[in-house]
Structure formats: C-alpha cells, structure tokens
Design a protein around this ligand. Structure first.
Ligand code: SF4
Length: 381
C-alpha cells in the first residue's frame, strides 16, 4: 500500500465548549483522525470576523474562524453541525461553504444534520468514512453520547466545587485532570471506570461546605451558554464570586430532545418543559432557543433561586425577542434577570463590573429575605 492510502482522513468540527471530547471519540472509533482545531482565541475571532458579513451573529464568526484554522493546520474535512432552524442557523452551512470557497480553500465540507437524530449521525458517518458498518457506527454514536453526558456531569460538579473551594483554582485543576481521564478512554466498558476515577479526582478538592453561596441559572443562545470563549468564561468568573452556576442549556439536554429515542428518556426534557412553562408568554417556537429561554426564567423563578443570566449574541433574532418578553414576565416572576449581549467588541472590564453588581444585588436581596422570614416567624410565635 502507498503511504497515501494508509493515512487516516483528518476531520475537524468547530469548537463549542468541550464538545470536541465527544466527536473526537466517535471519529476515532470509525477509523478517522479527529483534527481538533486550536481552541478558539482572539486570533480565531479576528479571522472569522474579517471574512464574515458584519451583522451576522457571533457563533458564525467563531465557527468560520475555527474552520480556517483547521484548514491551515491540515485537516482534510471540515464538518458542520446544522439544523433546519427558523433563524439564520439554517443558512450557516451554505454561507460558510461559500466563504471557504471564496477564500480559496479546497475544503471538503460535510454536514451533520442533528435534528435527524441517530439516523442523521449514522448518515454522516457513512458519508465521511465511505463505509457502511452498522455495529461500528452505533458503537461510535453511543460512545459520543455517553461522553457528552459525562462531561456535562463533571461540569455540574465543577460549578459546585468552584463556588466552595478553599484555594482558588483547585476545582479547575481537578476538573482538567478528570477530563483527561475521560478523553483517554474510548471503550464503552472502560468509560464506567473512567467516570469513577474522574469523580474521585474531583472529590479531592477541599471545600468549605458552609460557605454562603448564591445560585444562578444561565440561559440564552446555546452556543454562547456552552462556549467559555464567547461568554468570557462566565462560569469561572461567577464561581470566583461564590456563585454556583447551573447551565439551563447543555449539549446533553439538547441530545435528550433531538437524538435520544423517547423510550430511553427519563423525566421531562428541556423542550417539554419549555412548551409547558413558556406558554403564557410565548405561544410557539420562534427559532434558536427563545422558547427555552423564556421557560427557563419561569423555571428558575419557580425554584426560588437567586437569579438568572441571559446571554445572547448581538443581532441574534430569537434572543432579541425573548429579551423583550422578560419585562412582561415581571408580573409573575420576581427573580432578578441580567441580560448580557455579546459580540467581538465586548470588553472584559465592563462585563465583570456588571457581573459584580448583579452578584451584589442578589446577595443583598437574599439577606433581606432571610431577615424578613425571621421577623415573620418570630411574630407568629
Ligand atoms: S440562534 Fe441566534 S445566534 Fe444562533 S444562529 Fe440563530 S440568530 Fe444566530
């Protein structure tokens, strides 16, 4: 065989938080070489911005930047996750393909239609490998799904530890070690053991269990909620301020709605809850994650947590709509809401000041509530 025939095809997906852990495992399992582009940086953003229409949303610019860096780094294929969508997401694929072509890249571009569920993933693997190996593909898909859930569980644990760690940074260090354990294990059987080892690593972090902690949900456009570069590491910043963050939108919750067959789902999914709770304020899906965001505010209010932050990309149409619905929700929802709009111009200092002010507000509100409750209970006695 010639050297060319032996070389594995390199495939790159764009970044969105830690999703690479899952897709790289699936590609390895079907005999391809995952090409993980350099993690999104200012360089990625400026490359994407330079070659994008000015008013297009931030995720598009970052994805284009990831693809340019991947192609410069020598990937053979770039793979795009698409959905029919009511918003611009439905057009992203064609636009990115044209942009890469205009820039002179000989890009082999493939699409993964996520809303087609397992069938869409199967079709994608068949197309990219040029083979039809049902057992191998199903194994790869299950491994990727398991890794998504495991990484999300580790992130939930990280959020708990960060808000309570005694030495700043310990939780993150343990998380990185845990992530390496998960990354290194691709067999379904081995993943169970890896899960135990990863959580054991995180359990080593020394915490102050009695610390006064605030609880905040983060909602918004899913890419921004999940991607630390585009949300300027909001979870880490809030963690340092003693806030335990819960992401309302995660890749695993998305998979439960879009990929996992109904018989394997437990409890209410995010979309089912969205349809139940958003109804008084928004009657139908208007694209993106607007329906989920509106319901997330109602859900956070219902649970009596301390606040909710809504993050959206500048010019994101569905999120502009949901932000305009929040004031109408005030009648029934007393939870504090902080809307944050992100684009390539967003500076860190002003952003941190807004977060600090929000945390301060929630703290004072919580303390006032505790005092009022004490006064009420003593007047009843
Ligand atoms: S949801 Fe918003 S940011 Fe995402 S593709 Fe649609 S318009 Fe763009």
């Amino acid at each position: 065989m010639t050297e060319k025939k032996q070389r594995k095809k390199k495939v790159a997906f764009p970044h969105m938080g830690l999703i690479y852990v899952a897709w790289s495992a699936a590609l390895r399992k079907v005999g391809l070489e995952p090409y993980i582009p350099p993690y999104t940086s200012k360089k990625t953003l400026s490359l994407g911005t330079k070659h994008s229409p000015e008013a297009i949303c931030l995720p598009y610019k970052l994805i284009l930047g990831n693809f340019i860096e991947a192609l410069e780094g020598g990937t053979d294929y770039v793979a795009m996750i698409t959905s029919p969508g009511i918003c611009r997401l439905g057009e992203y694929g064609k636009c990115i393909q044209n942009a890469l072509h205009d820039l002179g890249y000989d890009a082999r571009y493939v699409e993964l239609q996520l809303y087609d569920g397992i069938a869409g993933m199967y079709r994608f693997l068949k197309q990219i490998t040029g083979k039809n190996r049902p057992l191998m593909f199903i194994n790869a898909i299950i491994t990727a799904i398991r890794k998504v859930f495991l990484v999300d569980d580790l992130e939930t644990k990280l959020a708990y530890l960060r808000a309570r760690e005694i030495r700043t940074g310990d939780a993150e260090k343990a998380f990185n070690k845990a992530l390496k354990i998960v990354e290194a294990e691709d067999s379904l059987f081995g993943l169970r053991k890896a899960k135990k080892l990863a959580f054991a690593e995180m359990d080593k972090v020394k915490i102050d269990k009695d610390r006064e902690v605030l609880y905040v949900d983060i909602t918004g456009e899913i890419f921004l909620v999940c991607d630390p570069f585009s949300n300027q590491n909001i979870e880490k910043e809030l963690g340092k301020m003693g806030v335990q963050v819960r992401k309302s939108l995660t890749v695993s919750s998305f998979l439960k709605d879009a990929i996992i067959p109904k018989i394997f789902r437990k409890g209410e999914t995010h979309l089912q809850r969205a349809n139940r709770l958003a109804k008084p304020y928004l009657m139908r899906d208007i694209g993106g994650d607007a329906l989920e965001c509106v319901s997330d505010v109602a859900y956070a209010n219902e649970r009596g947590i301390d606040g909710i932050i809504h993050i959206s990309p500048f010019t994101c149409m569905p999120e502009i709509m949901s932000q305009n619905i929040f004031p109408a929700m005030r009648e029934n929802c007393e939870i504090p809401i902080l809307p944050l709009i992100m684009d390539e111009q967003t500076g860190k200092a002003g952003y941190l000041t807004r977060l600090e002010a929000f945390v301060d507000l929630m703290k004072r509100r919580k303390r006032k509530k505790i005092i009022e409750e004490k006064q009420l209970s003593s007047s009843v006695m």
